[in-house]
Design a protein around this ligand. Structure first.
Ligand SMILES: Nc1ncnc2c1ncn2[C@@H]1O[C@H](COP(=O)(O)OP(=O)(O)OP(=O)(O)O)[C@@H](O)[C@H]1O
Length: 259
């Protein structure tokens, strides 16, 4: 069986007209500001090179590195938000780097659960509708849930500690940051995507809540047989993962001066 993730000889450079789209189809899986170009960025190219990275199915991997070292850029390549100029990115045996942008979007919607730094929830929709959203863009994922999509969304929400009344009624914008993070995780997990990619999903939580949150995410991912790749600045979280990967050890980066 192909690994969950395999990168070979990957090179990607921002700049020179090479920007990720502002948004990516599949609203439940849109790129965050950090990878979509919504943040204002210094001009001048940042290039990331990764010779090799492999993650086994079911593995829980912690990715860390200094601010600006390229972690979100790497996640953008893994999620197919951006395509490398050289090399190969494979998710569960599918060469994402060989697909058109539209097919990468479809693949992401079907097969990857993404928890972004900024959550990207629809502010006026209920938590329930936010959790169900990815299924609208992913027929196979929807089929895996079957007729019980609403019940599955409520089950995930409850497992993640969200009160049902809140999930059914409150618009996402009225939830606390910690509650929004839980909604974002439930949305990533629904329909059992094989790969969960999370960019700083616990940054707004205190230490006790972080631990509880990770255990819940792992339990849900395990019951779905999913692989978890999570980025965080917080080295204290690394011990909870099967493996810790320092971006600076697997990647070379360079920065060209602005033109
Ligand atoms: N959308 C973009 N357009 C142009 N350049 C970008 C874009 N996103 C990232 N970059 C460049 O890539 C570099 C690495 O940024 P990235 O967000 O991948 O780092 P990071 O390790 O995730 O940082 P942080 O921990 O602060 O979130 C940035 O310094 C920036 O120069």
């Amino acid at each position: 069986m192909a690994p969950a993730l395999r990168l070979e000889g990957v090179r990607y450079a921002w700049g020179a007209g090479n920007r990720a789209p502002e948004s990516v189809s599949g609203a439940g899986n849109r790129a965050p500001g950090s990878v979509s170009g919504a943040k204002s960025r210094a001009r001048g190219g940042f290039a990331l090179e990764v010779d090799a990275l492999e993650i086994a199915r079911g593995e829980r991997v912690f990715l860390h590195g200094p601010s600006g070292s390229g972690k979100s850029t790497l996640l953008a390549l893994i999620c197919g938000v951006a395509a490398p100029q050289a090399g190969r990115v494979e998710v569960e045996g599918e060469a994402l780097s060989a697909l058109s942008p539209a097919r990468r979007d479809r693949f992401r919607a079907e097969r990857i659960g993404v928890v972004f730094q900024m959550f990207n929830l629809l502010p006026y929709a209920s938590a329930l509708d936010n959790i169900l959203l990815p299924l609208r863009f992913a027929p196979a994922r929807r089929a895996r849930v079957g007729r019980g999509a609403r019940a599955e969304a409520l089950r995930l929400a409850q497992a993640l500690g969200l009160p049902e009344a809140l999930v059914l009624r409150a618009p996402a914008a009225e939830l606390s940051v910690g509650q929004q993070q839980r909604v974002a995780v439930a949305r990533a997990l629904i329909g059992g995507p094989g790969l969960i990619v999370a960019d700083e999903p616990t940054s707004a939580l205190d230490v006790a809540a972080q631990g509880a949150f990770l255990e819940l995410m792992f339990a849900q991912a395990e019951s779905a047989g999913a692989t978890v790749l999570m980025v965080s600045h917080d080295p204290a979280l690394a011990a909870r993962f099967d493996r810790s990967v320092a971006l600076t050890q697997i990647a070379r980066t360079s920065r060209e001066a602005a033109a």
